[in-house]
Design a protein around this ligand. Structure first.
Ligand code: DAH
Length: 355
């Protein structure tokens, strides 16, 4: 009995000196390992005579339980301390600046499309879409450009089959046809999108972007067209006045047709749009040809309309001083970093388009 009490005191004295999980494990082996102090006493039970054996075994078991309990308490304690230490060493310094992540930019073409959508939305135009792969009927025939019409040759078309039935649309004008066939007038749409022609140099790429405009209603005149274009160009170039002239032209799908020039000047290597003695061709337009309206099942006695088509990439080049059209499609991240726009600066009419 006495022996066991002394042993318990000794063991608990050792417990009180422990400082780590490792020393605890060591002590556990010392006491409960194969040759451990307590294990030995259990082995000695065999040699004790029967009467004392029961009592001793019971005391021994009580001691073992207490020791095991203490082991478990200390084990938890050391583990908690370890976690605490780790947490203290791993504190995050929130005053450090965040690591710089690569930041995406909005491509000038996307920016200009957003700007145009904004401007025309203010005038009541909604956005219409059509597929890049068109049939020759929508791209040409319905637009009053029958087979063998010379205008077809000028478009350097990418045909997709031998019958020349399917093609990559050469302009966004077929969206006019799709819209008029699907909806009833009054119609007021813009259609921005990709267009394709077999052409490539500093100012031409096989894929480029156009924006088509179409307004069909009663009593629409050239004056409405001019007013709309004047407003759009002033807003787009963010100027108060814009010198603009209509030059007679020809498109199969409009009658009369015009090309629109805007005034500009270059001073100290910098281009100013809207004033000056030089003229810059900017877009094509006209009153929708009655044949086009008829092909699109619009009642020509009741309705007429105006249409226009403008090159989006060219607008972006002029507004943002980009010289080579091909650079738009190089996928050069350095170029995009320089000419691109912040994704959070969405163009709006009230806050400004590009500022
Ligand atoms: N589709 C013409 C082109 O690609 C541009 C154009 C001119 C569109 C006059 C029009 C328009 O809607 O009225 O060259």
């Amino acid at each position: 009995m006495n022996n066991l009490t002394t042993l318990e005191q000794e063991i608990f004295a050792k417990f009180s000196q422990l400082e780590s999980k490792e020393s605890l494990e060591k002590l556990k082996i010392e006491i409960l390992g194969k040759k451990g102090t307590l294990s030995k006493l259990f082995q000695d039970l065999a040699t004790i005579d029967k009467e004392k054996k029961k009592e001793f075994a019971s005391q021994l078991n009580i001691l073992k339980t207490r020791v095991l309990e203490q082991f478990s308490i200390l084990h938890t304690k050391f583990e908690q301390e370890e976690i605490q230490k780790k947490l203290e060493n791993q504190t995050i310094d929130i005053s450090l600046s965040a690591p710089t992540k690569p930041q995406g930019k909005i491509h000038p073409v996307s920016q200009v499309i957003d700007e145009l959508t904004c401007i025309f939305a203010e005038l009541g135009f909604s956005v219409a879409e059509g597929p890049d792969i068109e049939n020759q009927y929508n791209n040409f025939t319905a637009l009053n450009t029958p087979p063998n019409h010379p205008a077809r040759d000028m478009h350097d078309t990418f045909y997709l089959d031998e019958q020349k039935e399917l093609l990559m649309r050469t302009h966004t004008s077929p969206v006019q046809i799709r819209t008029m066939l699907n909806e009833k007038p009054p119609l007021k749409i813009i259609a921005p999108g990709r267009t394709y022609r077999c052409d490539s140099d500093q100012t031409h790429t096989p894929m480029f972007h156009q924006l088509e405009g179409l307004y069909v209603d009663q009593n629409i005149t050239m004056a409405d067209l001019r007013g709309c274009l004047d407003y759009f160009l002033k807003k787009f170039f963010e100027v108060d006045q814009i010198k603009m002239r209509f030059r007679p032209s020809h498109f199969p799908f409009t009658e009369p047709s015009a090309e629109v020039d805007i005034g500009y000047e270059i001073k100290n290597g910098k281009i100013t749009i809207g004033q000056g003695d030089q003229w810059l061709e900017i877009l094509g337009c006209g009153m929708v040809h009655p044949n086009v309206l008829k092909n699109a099942k619009v009642d020509t006695k009741k309705y007429q309309g105006y249409a226009f088509g403008v090159g989006i990439d060219r607008l972006a080049m002029l507004k943002y001083g980009i010289n080579d059209l091909r650079s738009f499609f190089d996928s050069d991240v350095r170029w995009l970093k320089h000419f691109g726009f912040n994704a959070n600066d969405v163009p709006t009419n009230y806050r400004g388009l590009s500022k």
